[in-house]
Design a binder for this molecule. Structure first.
Ligand code: FES
Length: 156
C-alpha cells in the first residue's frame, strides 16, 4: 500500500471512531446509564427451544417483539426475546427478560410498561412505546402458560 493511502486510511479510521464517540456522548445526554449499558450489551437475545410460553406483539410502529419463557414450579427460569424493532426495543426486550427471570408467573404478569421504564431509569417520550411492546409480549408469554393471570390482553 502506498504511504499516502495508509495515512488516509488512518485518518478515516480516526474520523469514524470520533463520530461513533460523538454519537455515544449525544445518547448519554438523553438515555440513562442502564439504557446505555443494555444498548451496548443486549441481554437474553434469541429464541428458546421448547419454551413453556411464547408471546408475540406487533406495535403501532409496525415493529414486532417476541418473548420465550421457560417455567419451573410456577417461576420463570429463562426468558429470551427477539425483535425487528429499534435500538430501544432491544434495550426493552433485554430489560423485561432480565426482570422476568426468577419471578413467579404472577409477578411476571405485573411487569408493565411503567415498571420497565422505571427500571430503565426512564426513556424519552418517543421511546416509551418500545417498553409497552416488550411488556405486552412478556405478558402474552405468561398468558400462554397461565391465561387467567393476564386478564387484559392489549396485544389482541
Ligand atoms: Fe417500534 Fe421502538 S420504534 S419498537
Amino acid at each position: 500500500m502506498p504511504h499516502d493511502e495508509g495515512i488516509a486510511g488512518q485518518a478515516q479510521d480516526d474520523w469514524v471512531r470520533e463520530l461513533q464517540n460523538q454519537v455515544i456522548r449525544d445518547m448519554e445526554k438523553v438515555y440513562s446509564p442502564v439504557v446505555m449499558g443494555l444498548w451496548k450489551n443486549p441481554q437474553n437475545a434469541g429464541s428458546l427451544d421448547y419454551p413453556d410460553g411464547y408471546g408475540q406483539v406487533t406495535g403501532s410502529c409496525g415493529d414486532t417483539m417476541q418473548i420465550w419463557i421457560r417455567v419451573r414450579d410456577d417461576a420463570v427460569t429463562e426468558a429470551t426475546f427477539w425483535t425487528d424493532g429499534c435500538g430501544s426495543s432491544i434495550v426493552c426486550g433485554s430489560m423485561v427478560t432480565i426482570m422476568a427471570k426468577g419471578k413467579t408467573l404472577e409477578q411476571a404478569a405485573r411487569i408493565d410498561q411503567q415498571v420497565v421504564l422505571d427500571e430503565l431509569g426512564g426513556m424519552p417520550e418517543e421511546d416509551r412505546h418500545c417498553a409497552l411492546l416488550a411488556a405486552d409480549a412478556l405478558r402474552a408469554a405468561v398468558g400462554c402458560v397461565r391465561p387467567g393471570l393476564v386478564a387484559k390482553k392489549p396485544w389482541r
